[in-house]
Ligand binder design. Sequence first.
Ligand SMILES: Nc1ncnc2c1ncn2[C@@H]1O[C@H](COP(=O)(O)OP(=O)(O)O)[C@@H](O)[C@H]1O
Ligand SMILES: [Mg+2]
Length: 181
Amino acid sequence: MLYYRQEDNPFTANVMSDKISSNVQQYYLFLSSSPAATFSLGKQVGERLEAGSILALIGELGCGKTLFTKGLCVGLGVPERYVTSPTFVFINEYLGRLPVFHIDLYRLNTIDEEFDIGILDYLAKADTGVIVVEWAEKILSLLPDDYLRVQFQVLSARRRQLALVGFGKKFGNLLRKLGDQ
Ligand SMILES: Nc1ncnc2c1ncn2[C@@H]1O[C@H](COP(=O)(O)OP(=O)(O)O)[C@@H](O)[C@H]1O
Ligand SMILES: [Mg+2]
């Protein structure tokens, strides 16, 4: 496992191309060389999350979004066996140190107004808990100013790059602490 932080912006358009990129405050790059390393990073993030956190997970099928979420939930005190991919049910709710709303938009093809309202309802619940959204690229425009984006890239069979990007000010401390380790 290797992790590092860079002061210069290492991102190309795939991370920063959307209109809210100017709201990026802090970021942290992590190179994972095993499923366990991805789980462990998720756990470290989960241990530090505060109520009102929204996490947007972005990346192709099999990049590790659900595995990262399992680590995150364990870090929040949710037993790992409760955390399953909500691909067919759309949303799972767990109760750890905080309530966790685990949303998976894989099967979402069209977005209509009703869906928007449903998602916004959940995003409003983030006040008291944590919301994790897999396939969040499908709803970027609905996300609030403050959220943590986790952008995954598959580098090889076991290697992944995770870019944790803090939008708004809320995640600055967390990202700094990850970088200081
Ligand atoms: N470094 C790694 N980090 C995360 N997953 C990895 C890694 N190397 C291999 N894998 C495998 O990739 C798959 C990731 O699955 P999953 O977390 O369900 O992905 P997603 O939710 O993004 O579709 C698992 O089978 C896992 O064992
Ligand atoms: Mg998944």
